[in-house]
Design a protein around this ligand. Sequence first.
Ligand code: FMN
Length: 396
Amino acid sequence: MNQWYCTICHETFASDSKPAACESCHADDRMILSAAEVPQSLEQVRDLARKKLKGICAAYPSCDGNFDKICQREAYGKPIGMGGIGQGRSFRANSESLANIQLNMSVLGDHFEPDTTCSFLGIDLRFPVMASSTAGAQGYNDALDETFFCTAVLRGSQEAGTIGLRGDTWFYTPEDNPSLKAMKACKGYGIPIFKPRSQDVLKRLFEAAESCGCKAVGIDLDGCGSTNMASHGQPVFKKSVKDIEELVTFTSLPFIAKGILLPDEAQKCVDAGASVIAVSNHGGRVMDSTPGVATMLPLIRKKLGNSVTITADGGVRTGYDVLKLLALGANAVLLGRDIIRAAVGAGTLGVKLHLEHMEKTLKKAMFMTGTKNIAMADSSIIFNHNGTKEEKWEKY
Ligand SMILES: Cc1cc2nc3c(=O)[nH]c(=O)nc-3n(C[C@H](O)[C@H](O)[C@H](O)COP(=O)(O)O)c2cc1C
């Protein structure tokens, strides 16, 4: 008898040959590993992902959209895969804008254990890092079923002490929606972000999210530039301030406006009633040649002041990157590609291991910059050549 492990629900079972599906959650055999294959470390998760994503993503130590990476090799008309749109300039701008920020190392003072706990929309989190909204797992060598991909992200996030967001793509419909099915399976502990579909469709999706008990809803407003939706004939639209107001009024849940890069547009979304501004260029996937998120975030925080919740995502790979974005004005930070790789590699377990690694490196970064808690992560820990403290953004 061999021992088998389901990476989605952690069930173990014994049988001579690999079962076709998990007896408990019914995840298919793509998510079942032999006892010997079960990863114990993040590196092992990444090794599994590398095999499954062959030809699409090599799970490089640096995921930055450079031309030497498989995802970014220019091939006109090729599907976008895991890369950035066009020449990948927006994708690279995220990594470069983060790389250009340096942190002040502070070694004097009392010894302390960094406190990473925080609250997001009234939800207590162990650390301010969340799984970003992504979708389309079938595009990655069909490595896993879409609903189980969503479940892995939601469960893995919750098990790590944080919360997962889920995306939307061309084959999702209000009637057959992998994100909402997973939300239901996870008792609503998650946040669906929908593409800017027609107002009517969005209202139906919001109602469904409410009935699943989801914690918030959102729209990736920059999804109006989605090549995946366009190439499959799925209509997506630019949204007006009036459209956003209508949707905010329609739902009883907090509303997240994702894909904002301009301070004025951030303000308009706040005025329209959005609870969260998600600063993002969609990982560089909807328009080439935008500035990086670390460049725009402080301008948006300055414009909005301290009372608005802001998230940021794009190019975040380590706890040091997380701390930089917190210091530049984010209340919480999200991970896109890294969570996809983690879920493809080892489902719920992979996502949990990845997020726990982020928590660990965030603590290290906080410790070495003298940042005792999340509220202290402000611009004073960012190096500048004048040796002065930049204007501070306090966290409420
Ligand atoms: C393969 C892939 C699929 C994505 N799908 C969605 C989506 O459905 N909805 C959405 O709001 N953002 C989507 N995003 C963008 C992410 O939410 C996030 O903004 C971005 O990935 C962050 O950058 P990072 O991947 O460098 O961490 C997707 C990103 C990738 C790489």
